[in-house]
Design a protein around this ligand. Structure first.
Ligand SMILES: [Zn+2]
Length: 338
């Protein structure tokens, strides 16, 4: 009754069905709900950068008044959107830092009590950490530093380092991504930690402290970094430096696909590298072998000058980078292997 041909046909049918189910699951995992995606707006990019880069925040110097206001502002956004504290209690990760000779160190580097008692300049700094918990194991960390250079009183006239591009722009990207994922109404497979680092300008203090104190480093499947993602250069319109770990070629493929599919106005320079160390908060993670994705729109004459102001930001571009990165975060949190 069951001919050999019939059995073969049935087997082929089953295989096809299995493949179809697998493809649909894969596609489901990758598809980011449109209500999350459309919640990312140029207006919100503008508002976040505008607040953080305001003179009233006094250049967001780490451990100083303006820096504390920036941190409180970020926490208020997390609370408003239902982004939970990382440790279940507080959005802050406090750390004590001190100047040791010419460089700054934190209490995670060594016991700084002695140098503090001996009169070293010291400050209390804080990372801001929010979390969206995943259904399964694994962690994706998405970060940007929120501190900047403070005020230079030696400068005649405006000595306030507004740090709009460096790095209010990156903070705006991380905050909008956190909000969009919350707004999507979907729980990711992996946990996503949103980290706004303090003390980057003094030597990556916040991200170094986090990595040193982290008890789940081996669970972190990727660290995504934003540092200066708000400028457009006249000679290279749409230019985005997109750096990612060479061991993860999919990271490049995803961006190509998303730019095409969503019609994003970005012209990335794809840089796959085995050595994404130096420059920004990706460094402590890369040193531990964590794969990296890093967005950056290149330096400019206003870099580390009081003239890095909010009016010079290309908001449509910053918002498109945020959109592209949000789709990437969703894949990083849901695609099983990369
Ligand atoms: Zn920076």
């Amino acid at each position: 009754m069951f001919t050999e041909k019939w059995i073969i046909m049935k087997k082929i049918e089953t295989i096809f069905l299995l493949v179809a189910v697998l493809i649909s699951q894969f596609a489901f995992a990758q598809k980011f709900p449109s209500k999350g995606y459309s919640s990312i707006t140029e207006e919100r990019s503008r508002n976040i950068v505008g607040f953080l880069a305001n003179d009233l925040l006094e250049g967001r110097d780490a451990g100083m008044h303006g820096g504390y206001i920036a941190a409180e502002y970020i926490v208020s956004m997390f609370k408003e959107w239902g982004i939970e504290p990382f440790d279940g209690e507080s959005h802050f990760q406090h750390f004590h830092a001190a100047k040791n000779g010419n460089s700054w160190v934190t209490e995670a580097d060594f016991d700084i009590t002695a140098i503090v008692e001996a009169g070293a300049e010291n400050r209390f700094m804080k990372n801001v950490l929010g979390v969206i918990r995943g259904k399964e194991d694994g962690v994706v960390v998405v970060g940007a530093h929120y501190d900047h250079l403070g005020i230079d009183t030696a400068i005649k006239g405006d000595g306030c380092y507004n740090g709009a591009d460096d790095n209010a722009s990156g903070v705006a990207a991380v905050l909008q991504i956190a909000r969009a994922i919350k707004m999507s109404g979907k729980q990711p497979r992996r946990t996503i930690v949103f980290a706004l680092w303090d003390g980057e300008e003094k030597g990556l203090l916040g991200s170094r402290f986090f990595v040193k104190k982290c008890t789940f480093l081996s669970d972190i499947s990727v660290y995504m970094n934003f540092d200066m993602v708000g400028r457009d250069l006249a000679e290279k319109p749409g230019h985005l430096s997109y750096m990612y770990s060479a061991g993860n070629p999919l990271f490049g493929e995803w961006l190509k696909e998303d730019i095409k599919k969503q019609g994003l106005n970005l012209v990335p320079f794809y840089k796959a590298s085995d050595n994404l160390i130096g420059g920004s908060d990706n460094t402590p993670f890369a040193r531990k072998g964590v794969p990296i994705v890093w967005y950056h729109t290149e330096g400019h004459p206003d870099y580390h000058r009081p003239s890095d102001s909010a009016d010079k930001i290309d908001y449509p571009k910053l918002t498109d980078i945020t959109r592209a990165a949000c789709l990437c975060v969703w894949r990083l949190a849901n695609v099983r292997d990369y």
